[in-house]
Design a protein around this ligand. Structure first.
Ligand SMILES: *[C@@H]1O[C@H](CO)[C@@H](O)[C@H](O)[C@H]1NC(C)=O
Ligand SMILES: *[C@@H]1O[C@H](CO)[C@@H](O)[C@H](O)[C@H]1NC(C)=O
Ligand SMILES: *[C@@H]1O[C@H](CO)[C@@H](O)[C@H](O)[C@H]1NC(C)=O
Length: 321
């Protein structure tokens, strides 16, 4: 989204949120002014008509082209810009055509050819911060930064309160930025959108991408906008086949049944043939067994007969004796 930290880096803002009488209950916490370190108060106030405060420039060397001539020579990112300087002045028009064209895209609800409290460098600084991004949330923030930087009646809601040296961020300009409480809360809390030109992040961007006069806008994705995450429709009914993977189970059973059928068929035909073969050999075998048995029996008979004969012979001999 927006790299607004880079702007905040050079500018500490105090949100004061007590403008609307009978303000509705607020969900977001009021920023603690005590946390902002002591600032050197600005002594000189604005002269009549000086409705602008805070001016910012990008770094330009003595040999570099001036702001009226061309863009920032080294870019307008946070490493190539001064911190905002506290001074009061009357609104002026943008000097260059390319700045006006850029401004029309960044702040489409403001008149790019009218008097403004920002200069060409500041338009370029805003452009480098915003880039091409325009989600619905970005549109809300852009609107706020456009007013904060360029509104021709800026002193009505922006007060410069001094400078402060920060060990990490260096020279900071302290400002007191007064915003409508609903506006402040809707920027951080989209649930409570009460102002017409502040948009809820689940609003639909028309297919042509033009949203609140901004071009190239996209619908907010679920990742950035909780409200865009519609819960899936879940039925509480539990059916008999719920959680049943019909395809997988069907395939498993199909394979099992097919395999069983094939196995039984193979078994049936092979066994039949085997049984037949066995029957044949069995009858052969039983025949021979029978013969053997019969032979054996006849042998026995023979032996018996022989024994009988021997016995009789013996008896006869005994008799003879
Ligand atoms: C901080 O910046 C302002 C404006 O650029 C300048 O007037 C002031 O002297 C600076 N303060 C320090 C301590 O550098
Ligand atoms: C900021 O402005 C509000 C309202 O005008 C005022 O009450 C508050 O004291 C100011 N804070 C500072 C640090 O100047
Ligand atoms: C935003 O979503 C709506 C509804 O899904 C769709 O009709 C529209 O084209 C989308 N807008 C963009 C810019 O994709």
């Amino acid at each position: 989204m927006i790299n607004s930290q880079s702007i905040i880096l050079k500018t500490v803002i105090l949100f004061s949120m007590a403008i609307l009488a009978g303000a509705l209950p607020q969900q977001c916490n009021k920023p603690d002014a005590e946390k902002i370190m002591l600032a050197q108060a600005m002594k000189a106030g604005p002269a009549p008509g000086e409705t602008c405060v805070l001016v910012q420039h990008c770094f330009r060397g003595p040999d570099d082209p001036t702001m009226e001539q061309s863009k920032c020579p080294n870019g307008a990112d946070p490493t190539h810009i001064n911190n905002p300087e506290i001074s009061y002045f009357t609104p002026t028009k943008l000097k260059r055509k390319d700045s006006q064209d850029a401004f029309k895209l960044i702040c489409p609800f403001m008149d790019q050819s009218g008097d403004l409290c920002c200069n060409d460098d500041q338009v370029e600084i805003m452009n480098s911060v915003f880039g091409k991004d325009c989600s619905i949330c970005a549109a809300n923030l852009k609107r706020m930064w456009c007013d904060y930087t360029c509104h021709p009646q800026k002193t009505k809601f922006v007060q410069a309160t001094g400078y402060q040296m920060d060990p990490d961020d260096g020279n900071l300009t302290l400002t007191n930025f007064t915003v409508d409480p609903d506006y402040a809360c809707t920027i951080t809390d989209y649930e409570h959108s009460l102002i017409d030109n502040i948009h809820s992040c689940d609003e639909l961007v028309p297919t042509n991408g033009i949203f609140d006069n901004y071009i190239d806008c996209q619908n907010c994705t679920c990742a950035y906008c909780d409200k865009a995450c519609k819960p899936p429709e879940v039925s509480a009914d539990i059916g008999f086949f719920d959680g049943f993977n019909k395809e997988l189970v069907g395939i498993s059973y199909g394979v099992l049944i097919g395999f069983t059928i094939i196995f039984q068929l193979i078994r049936h035909f092979c066994l039949k043939r085997k049984l037949q073969a066995e029957k044949v050999s069995d009858s052969d075998q039983s025949d021979s067994l029978l013969n053997q048995k019969m032979r054996k029996e006849s042998d026995n008979d023979l032996i018996l007969e022989t024994n009988d004969y021997n016995q009789r012979l013996q008896n006869q001999r005994n008799k003879d004796d």
